[in-house]
Design a protein around this ligand. Structure first.
Ligand code: PBG
Length: 347
């Protein structure tokens, strides 16, 4: 059997093309590295989350998310117009209402916070894609993602929530949403919203479903930002168990597609790259999004603030990994920073 040459002059029977094959040949030249790189981030595939609240002249930084703000509607238009200049794929809007109640009634009001925000954003930046998060956790006084049943302890009443989700989505559509994004992990939510939109004449409005959303500790800072922490219990009866098999995520995706979802999302992103890759492989023809969530943001921010990580390099590497795993669309709090970094050729 042929002996293979190894650098120390030792022989080995392991097949090796070295020295004919040298992996480093494509790494010496920066242009070549760029040429053979298959994963390229682009602002057009990034979606910037924005938090909107009542009041005037407000741009309030969120304590656990430095660089992320709650905006009042009067300042939102200019901000969305500025983001449109960066060429982002879209913005996703989350609302913090003035009043919360047991059924989250402010979520479906024509002059609700998101409905006002959508109108202001559309007016200021008609070219920007406006995504609206459809869920009740920001609107209910108990902080759960739907209305409660009468059980002890109470839980989200799945079927009673469906009709409300459809109503909320229709009011978003009427206010100018370009893409409806239900995030509550309520069984049947995509179908109920699809029927509601169709009945109201919005047959052309697509749905991006948070299809495989896990009950994650990484949402912690978001609940500060959206003021949506559950007042009792947690979301484990509707969001997926992080330890569940990947096949369960595939079933969630399959069901949402059957109900009419146009775009599928996996959330969070970094701890669930295996799920992303599996969904990408099984449903190759479906646009796939990943949500790089608040906790993923805050932990890099915190480390960068201490000088322990280089923020830009860490973020670009993370988002590249999310895209490489299969996401064509990434929702990330760094969307605007990435757009600026990518313009800078040394990124
Ligand atoms: C609402 C919703 C949540 C997030 C997006 N939509 C919070 C939750 O499920 O508790 C989290 C986003 C993030 O952490 O950045 N259902």
């Amino acid at each position: 059997m042929m002996k293979h040459f190894t650098p120390r002059g030792l022989s080995s029977d392991a097949p090796s093309g070295f020295p004919t094959v040298r992996m480093r040949r494509l790494r010496y030249n920066a242009r070549l590295r760029e040429l053979v790189r298959e994963v390229r981030l682009s602002p057009a595939s990034l979606v910037q989350p924005l938090f909107v609240r009542g009041g005037r002249g407000l741009r309030q930084e969120i304590g656990s998310m430095p660089g992320v703000f709650q905006w009042s509607v009067d300042l939102l238009g200019d901000e969305v117009a500025r983001l449109a200049e960066l060429g982002l794929g879209g913005v996703i809007l989350f609302g913090i209402p003035d009043q919360k109640d047991a059924t989250g009634s402010a979520a479906c009001a024509d002059d609700g916070i998101i409905q006002q925000a959508l109108r202001a954003a559309k007016r200021a930046a008609p070219q920007m894609l406006l995504v609206s998060d459809v869920c009740f956790c920001e609107y209910t006084d108990h902080g759960h993602c739907g209305v409660l049943d009468g059980r002890q302890p109470p839980d989200v009443d799945n079927d009673a929530t469906l009709e409300l989700l459809a109503q909320q989505a229709v009011t978003h559509a009427q206010a100018g949403a370009d893409l409806i994004a239900p995030s509550g992990m309520i069984d049947g939510m995509v179908g109920a919203i699809r029927r509601g939109l169709d009945a109201a004449g919005f047959t052309r409005l697509p749905i991006m479903s948070y299809a495989a959303k896990f009950a994650s500790a990484f949402y912690g800072p978001f609940r500060d930002a959206a003021e949506s922490t559950p007042q009792f219990g947690d979301r484990r009866t509707y969001q997926m168990d992080p330890a569940s098999p990947v096949g369960q995520a595939l079933r969630e995706v399959e069901l949402d597609l059957a109900e009419g979802a146009d775009i599928i999302m996996v959330k969070p992103a970094l701890a669930y790259l295996d799920v992303l890759a599996a969904v990408r492989q099984r449903f190759a023809g479906v646009p796939l999004a990943a949500y790089n969530v608040s906790g993923e943001y805050s932990m890099i921010k915190a480390a960068a603030a201490r000088g322990w990580l280089d923020e830009r390099r860490t973020v670009l590497e993370s988002l590249t990994a999310i895209q490489r795993a299969g996401a064509g669309i990434i929702l990330t709090y760094w969307a605007q920073d990435v757009a600026a970094w990518l313009k800078d050729s040394s990124a």
